[in-house]
Design a protein around this ligand. Structure first.
Ligand code: SF4
Ligand code: SF4
Length: 97
């Protein structure tokens, strides 16, 4: 009685509250590298939050959804992503569910 069921990942993600900064902490430094030298656009695959979306000729960076996992600092084969720690008080907030 009253036993709590394990939460699904979706439920856990629901408990993640975003407090997005107004300035991106993620910058794709050279758009030409993405366009002409990175056919795989692997950032659109390794980012768990789907922050990177290729839009025909440019990379859209939906930084508000970033989970701050840090993968893009090492995942981009061209070191083309500048990742700065979000300013204090911003970024992701985890709540114990
Ligand atoms: S992996 Fe790096 S170089 Fe390739 S598309 Fe993404 S940001 Fe651009
Ligand atoms: S830090 Fe992680 S979640 Fe954020 S953009 Fe990079 S890969 Fe995606």
């Amino acid at each position: 009685m009253g036993e709590r069921k394990c939460q699904s990942i979706e439920e856990k993600q629901y408990l993640v509250r975003f407090n997005a900064d107004t300035k991106s902490h993620l910058t794709v430094m050279d758009a030409d590298i993405c366009l002409n030298h990175c056919p795989d656009k692997i950032c659109t695959i390794f980012c768990p939050a789907e922050v990177y979306k290729w839009e025909e000729i440019r990379m859209h960076v939906g930084y508000e959804g970033c989970h701050e996992c840090g993968s893009c600092r090492i995942g981009c084969p061209h070191q083309n992503i500048k990742w700065e720690y979000p300013k204090g008080g911003h970024g992701i907030v985890f709540r114990l569910g």
